[in-house]
Design a protein around this ligand. Structure first.
Ligand SMILES: C[S@@+](CC[C@H](N)C(=O)[O-])C[C@H]1O[C@@H](n2cnc3c(N)ncnc32)[C@H](O)[C@@H]1O
Length: 304
């Protein structure tokens, strides 16, 4: 049972584990390293004896040191690998659910929400958390999940996106009437200006511009472009809540430049073995500069 009172077995059954190969790969290595370190512990004397015969230039004390050092490093590696496997397994579903609840709670009033957007909705953990909240608060609002327009297959082929699995999870959560999906490019969102009361996004923005390399200026510009799109499609007075890995301080700076209001960053949370934060903000109702009021253009392109 998680902190939010939800049975995690049920959550894992509904959503499965995304990229399950990664925690499995880490777990297999962790188990191998653990066996190896136990082997070193149980057969320490024979290993020292054997290494002295294999490498005659090693004296008895050097052989003991080498065996002890190798055994310790192996044990330490096993601990690190177990931790990484556990953290990635936990991050892939349970943590996403917990963070989804926190993100939903960061929106002060759901009863007035008519349109919400989940950017990069994936299997729909956050999407369904929003839909459950809309259902709970008796709102007539609906939530749209943005799915990729096209995904490149491993062999370079183009596969049309399948949003069915996302919609299926909504059915399993009993919120199918509140949810829909729309394919599109997050850099040019297929929605009009000032449309959404709420925009959310969970562990998605860091994937933008990856093709340029995570730390490059080009990737950062792409992420900022998507952030500009979030601001563009938000209604004045609307709230956005974004949970992301690594780049949140960069988002904070940009949101200040865009003169958003009530910008808040959560404490750090270890997710997928890196630091993550939730950032929330409100789009101002209006901006006044000097004597006359001006409507700002939120598009990133116009600001460079
Ligand atoms: C880590 S998952 C997000 C998980 C999701 N927030 C949830 O709560 O289940 C990232 C998702 O972004 C989606 N994605 C990747 N590129 C995208 C794009 N260009 N537009 C929309 N979604 C995209 C992928 O399908 C992937 O499932």
């Amino acid at each position: 049972m998680g902190k939010t009172g939800r049975d995690f077995t049920q959550i894992y059954t509904i959503y499965g584990v995304d990229n399950w190969q990664t925690p499995l790969f880490l777990l297999i290595h962790a188990i191998s390293f653990a066996f190896l370190s136990v082997f070193f512990l149980l057969y320490f004397e024979p290993i020292c004896y054997f290494s002295q015969h294999l490498f005659p230039f090693l004296g008895p004390s050097s052989a003991r040191f080498a065996a002890g050092f190798t055994g310790s490093v192996t044990a330490l590696s096993a601990v690190c690998l177990f931790f990484a496997a556990g953290n990635i397994f936990y991050s892939s579903v349970s943590l996403q659910w917990e963070m989804g609840q926190r993100m939903v709670n960061a929106v002060p009033d759901w009863s007035t929400v008519k349109h919400a957007l989940d950017l990069g909705c994936g299997r729909g953990i956050l999407l369904n958390a929003v839909a459950l909240q809309l259902k709970k608060s008796g709102s007539s609002g609906r939530v749209v999940g943005l799915t990729p327009a096209r995904i490149s297959g491993g062999n370079g082929s183009k596969i049309t996106p399948n949003t069915l699995s996302t919609l299926r999870t909504a059915c399993l959560e009993g919120v199918e009437e509140y949810v829909t999906c729309r394919a599109g490019d997050p850099r040019t969102l297929p929605f009009s200006d000032n449309y959404f009361d709420v925009v959310v996004s969970g562990v998605f923005l860091h994937t933008i511009g990856k093709e340029f390399g995570q730390k490059t200026a080009a990737a950062s510009a792409e992420r900022m472009r998507v952030l500009g799109e979030v601001v563009r499609v938000l209604k004045p007075g609307g709230v956005a809540v974004i949970w992301d890995l690594v780049h949140v301080p960069e988002f904070m700076q940009r949101l200040h430049e865009l003169r958003m209001e009530e910008i808040r960053m959560s404490e750090s949370v270890l997710a997928f073995m890196v630091i993550s934060h939730i950032v929330s903000f409100r789009k101002p109702i209006q901006h006044s500069v000097g004597l006359s009021e001006v409507r700002l253009d939120w598009r990133f392109n116009n600001l460079c």
